[in-house]
Design a protein around this ligand. Structure first.
Ligand SMILES: [Zn+2]
Ligand SMILES: [Zn+2]
Ligand SMILES: [Zn+2]
Ligand SMILES: [Zn+2]
Ligand SMILES: [Zn+2]
Ligand SMILES: [Zn+2]
Ligand SMILES: [Zn+2]
Length: 207
């Protein structure tokens, strides 16, 4: 018997999208950022969606903006007038994104799926919380931290989001040149579980 693949009928596309594992990166036609490995795909049209973009709800309560509900928006094409950036990662937001109209808070669908707490090998004593903060220094790359980061408030210990999630220092370097958000390692994150990841690439890096 052939393996079962999930099929999604998504409002952004006329044809059903089939769960597909592809051994390469793709650009999600929903949120227009990169993904890898698993896509919901229309082969005929070469149309891909991240798993989360294919299944995310129209409204969302999220810890990154607890005061209001977020709504899913779709913006066909950005012009200079309507260019938006994600309030979490500061990269441009096109296509599908969540927004709080009241606060003009915009966020990539996948940026809402970052874990709220992680434990990291460089700071095993306490968990790090994903939060907004002032200027400081990332303890992995020693670059400056400006906005959202993983932080131990007790010890004032900060790590960039990308430095928590990066597979290796080289993938960080190639990521920054594309100008698009890369969500390649989010597949390793179990949503909703506290203290759920240890950044294993960093462990290897330290060996
Ligand atoms: Zn997407
Ligand atoms: Zn199609
Ligand atoms: Zn983002
Ligand atoms: Zn709001
Ligand atoms: Zn925790
Ligand atoms: Zn860093
Ligand atoms: Zn601490």
């Amino acid at each position: 018997m052939a393996p079962k693949h999930r099929v999604v009928q998504h409002f952004t596309h006329n044809h059903p999208l089939m769960e597909t594992n592809i051994a390469r990166d793709f650009i999600c036609d929903g949120c227009e950022t990169y993904g890898s490995d698993k896509t919901y795909r229309c082969e005929t049209c070469d149309y891909d969606l991240h798993e989360y973009c294919a299944t995310c709800p129209f409204t969302l309560q999220n810890f990154t903006h607890p005061q209001h509900e977020l709504s899913l928006f779709r913006q066909k094409q950005s012009t200079r007038q309507n260019e938006r950036v994600c309030d979490i990662c500061n990269e441009s937001v096109e296509g599908l994104f969540y927004r709080c109209k009241l606060c003009e808070f915009d966020v990539h669908p996948l940026c809402t799926q970052l874990p709220q707490h992680v434990r990291h090998v460089l700071h095993p004593a306490h968990h790090l919380e994903f939060r907004l903060g002032g200027a400081s220094t990332c303890m992995v790359c020693h670059g400056s931290c400006q906005s959202w980061r993983f932080r131990c408030e007790l010890c004032k210990f900060d790590i960039h989001t990308e430095c928590i999630l990066a597979e290796s220092p080289s993938s960080l370097a190639s990521g920054s040149s594309t100008g698009r958000r890369i969500f390649r390692v989010l597949k390793n994150v179990t949503v909703g579980v506290v203290c759920n990841i240890i950044a294993s690439p960093i462990t290897e890096f330290l060996k």
